[in-house]
Write a protein of this length. Sequence first.
Lengths: 259, 162, 276
Amino acid sequence: MLEWIRGLGRSGFSFFQTLGRSNLFLLKMLAGIPSVLVRPRLLIAQLFSVGVLSLPIIVVSGAFVGMVLALQGYNTLVDFGAEESLGVVVALSIVRELGPVVTGLLFAGRAGSALTAEIGLMKATEQLAGMEMMAVDPIHRVIAPRFIAGFISMPLLAAIFSAVGIYGGYFVGVGLLGVDEGAYWAQMQSKVDLYDDVYNGVIKSVVFGFVATWIAVFEGYDTVPTSEGVSRSTTRTVVYSAFAVLGLDFVLTALMFGD
Amino acid sequence: MKQTKTTELLVGMLIAAGVAALFVLAMKVSNLSTFSAANSYTLTARFDNIGGLKVRSAVVAGGVLVGRISSIDYDNRRYEAVVVMEVDQAYDQFPDDTVASIYTAGLLGEQYVALDPGGSEELLADGSEIEFTTSALVLEKLVGKFLLNSAEGAEATEGDGP
Amino acid sequence: MQSSTEKTAINGSETLVKIRGLHYARGDRVIFDGVDLDIPRGKLTAIMGPSGSGKTTLLRLIGGQLAPDQGSIEVDGLRVHELGRTDLYGLRRRIGMLFQSGALLTDLTVFDNVAFPLREHTDLPEAMIRDLVLMKLQAVGLRGARDLQPSELSGGMARRVALARAIALDPMMIMYDEPFTGQDPISMGVLVQLIRLLNDALGLTSIIVSHDVKETAAISDYVYVISEGKVIGQGTPEALGKTDSDLVNQFMQGLPDGPVPFHYPAPDYMEDLLNA
């Protein structure tokens, strides 16, 4: 019994230690940002591996989410004779919620886990230590470019997801289910507000990008330098990022869309 | 670094696609294209009750969108709601006895301000106040009035009994 | 940017690294329990000992990656653990380190790996960097491998590339972390020769951490034997061969039983068998 309590205390302690480490890490990383801007090559390479390589899954998911939304939305709305409002349903769901959140989750799964594994492997093969001994700060050279790349990519990917999703909904709703084309766009345009919906959605995706990339990069840097340690860190990245994205989504939604 | 040119090209395309997507969201999806505040003039109106009217709610004349509410305030001395609206410069021919009323779109929809032009020769200018307003209908008051009326009606008919 | 620690030898003394009263523990485990070491300038010093005696940790303490709990570590007159970040980095530019695995950056070619410190820390034009890289690769015999990826190299070749990288900035000292582990006889022979040659040709100070007694003793000028957190023997390789200490002798000769026992502590054999 006592052992259990002690164990609980120890994990509580280590939780706070990790929290503290991750915040100190964040400060060091932010301090390294100016040096990245001086070497755009590094940033571009990372934007490619983090952003461009995530495009396929984002586009495909966006299309399917939009199409499914249109299908489900139509089925429900048609009972109320309100199928002309399909555009509104699809657009608001995607722009406000599904765009930022699903992109955040997919990003954490694809780009986040890749980042953790890559950095973790560099730590396990002593490349980070080697850099330190060569008087090159690995946080400035390896971590910071990846962080900025993630932070920039997320809102772009979320916007692409939303746009593709709305057109996916158009394809199913107007193309397959016979909703009036004019009604689809017109109702959407009158109900979707640039500031309340689109802008807030973008803010959400920026926040998610920040947090998901931070978690991915930190887990890689903090990993136990064995192959088992790296695989566990990679799993942790995906799980913690998912928690963070969903939790922050709730908080942000309450702040933005509550009264 | 291998394939730098291709890499740079694709990254550039990613950023362009992202920005384009944001544009599409702003222009085609949202209500940005339907009203721009660039060429507009300001009108004020005071109401007893604005109901569910919000900032950026529509200002409508003859069913057509002519402007948006820019701010809502409460005057604590005259006990009235002060609504400021931006009306498109193209529609500057409203007579100064125009009536501003708050209606609801559809049965349970959003509320908006409707401008009903009067017959005066003088026109409303930038910054002028609309004198004649009709407040929003509040459902509770309506129900209360209805109950009161039917109660009085019932009493009256009873009193007429034999 | 040059920090004050980057200028050459602040004091021209005989001892490059001076360690006094070093105490270091990781968690509950005591790794160093009062260690005194002197690394003489221009010579090849070996630090040997059984596995787990903290030899790699010692290199990290010297390089400033870890800070001692007690005691002092001075490199070229500078107290390493008290240096600020800029000064520490300035010092590190004068030290080369060879990791056990080579620690080459896997996304760069051999050429780019060796050029890395030059590109990071100097403003030299590319043409000059190219010449320097080729010279360093020539010194380790791998000039022809310059366009290979680290994944295409054998273990021994990777270590040689790492060595070329370590000497890229012409350091004053190189630290070798288990350089001979897991090498075939030919690669071993190559590395052994290279380390001694470079030390003499470039006027380096070398510290080798190893438990390969034969190879290391063959090229070292001075040897320290560390076990259980303390220095249990020191001297030239010949002197240690004639040591009085049983522990040092067991280590140097590779005897299976002695002060480090063969049997893990266990109850009496007969009793164990008879008690079903």
